[in-house]
Design a protein. Structure first.
Length: 127
């Protein structure tokens, strides 16, 4: 009877270990998939750069125009938001060209690489 309990417990532990390993491998695959890479074609990259610049300028100018109409001011806010939108578009182009893709905020590549290496070491030690 005690042997059956130990066997069931060992099976449950083995099943849990397998499920954890499966989850970690799936999570690692997803994190690698989330990293965006530069488009392979030159036209794709040119299209993305153009879209980022135009979208930033248009959105910034529209927000400024809407605020000017709402507040009844002269087109001062439209000019201010035009430049803010231009800066945002240039920042998005910089993020696209440096490979940061759609990452939110500033990414410290050295620390993120160190965390990945540490996680890989933990995985290798367990195996």
């Amino acid at each position: 009877m005690a042997d059956e309990g130990r066997s069931a417990e060992q099976n449950r532990d083995a099943n849990l270990s397998w499920r954890i390993a499966e989850f970690e491998s799936r999570h690692q695959d997803e994190s690698q998939y989330r990293r965006t890479k530069l488009p392979t074609g030159g036209m794709a990259l040119a299209g993305r750069v153009t879209t980022e610049l135009v979208a930033g300028v248009v959105v910034g100018a529209f927000i400024g125009w809407a605020l000017d109409n709402w507040l009844g001011t002269t087109p001062v806010l439209m000019v201010v938001f035009f430049f803010i939108g231009s800066a945002a578009g240039m920042m998005n182009v910089w993020r696209a060209l440096t490979g940061r893709g759609m990452a939110a905020g500033f990414v410290d590549e050295k620390s993120s690489q160190a965390h990945e290496n540490l996680a890989n070491e933990h995985m290798n030690r367990r195996d």
